[in-house]
Design a protein around this ligand. Sequence first.
Ligand code: PGA
Length: 319
Amino acid sequence: MNITLRQLQVFEKVARRLSFTHAAQELYLTQPAVSMQIKLLEENLGLPLLERLGRKLYLTEAGKEIYRLSRNIANELQETEQILEQIKGTEGGCLTISVVSTVHYFAIHALADFCKSFPKVRIDLKVTNRQGLLRLLEENATDLALMGKPPADWDLIAEPFMDNPLVVIAPPRHPLHTRTKIPLKKLERETFLIREQGSGTRGAVESFFNKKGLSISSSMEMNTNTAIIHGVAEGLGLGIVSLHTIRRELDDGRLVILDVESFPLMRKWYLAHRSGKKLSRAAEAFKTFVRERAWEFTNPADTQKGQGSDTPPPASGKR
Ligand code: PGA
């Protein structure tokens, strides 16, 4: 085989995203440059690696094998790079962190502060939903993950770092706004904007209503919190979102929280990584940062609204 590392790196990106366009964007290359690398790789191997059926791209059997090889090489290279950074004893290196979409508001604040202390660290932040994040952990494509409760049967090191209260939101003109202790049953008559399949928020909401023997109807499915928040503010329906994602809208009066029985639903955010993962110094430093300082990013009012919390603030944490 006369294949090059560069060809494998390009193929790995195309195969992971099943898209030449996304791979080109990630690699800062033009699409023809990406296509050329793939063509050369296929010629060197004497086998097609990708096939296009309709508008979708698929891996051939040989493509799946080469994808496995290219992923292993990419992981090995990344780990070696991190170990070399540690050996060099610099404060640089790369922090690859993946977060579920609701956490990204917190993650951006935290990273902004973290970068003041570690300005040389290169940050690679991926924002996705729960399903996407689990895939990244499975592929060993992230150092750290900030997420809802990790699956119990996964071999992960995980610790809770912040409460994540889910609240029912409405526009201020909604008739239920002034009601207190709204019975859950009343929500069955309302229309909801809900997150996509694979979202942790959606999973939590569905399992809560299932347990209560109730079902809520959805008018629209939306794959970002931002879209739901705007949709609710525009009067398209009610939403159930993390309290941490609506500070601005509550402050400027575009949204209100409804006082619904059993709400807020108390969830937690976890800091997680694969057990056995060789964390870079940057990742270790960020882990300590989140553990010690998450409370600085929590609005004290949130904890009052989210009664029933059992995540204690660290002794050093400001509240
Ligand atoms: P989501 O995750 O962004 O997938 O809804 C939130 C969570 O699991 O807490």
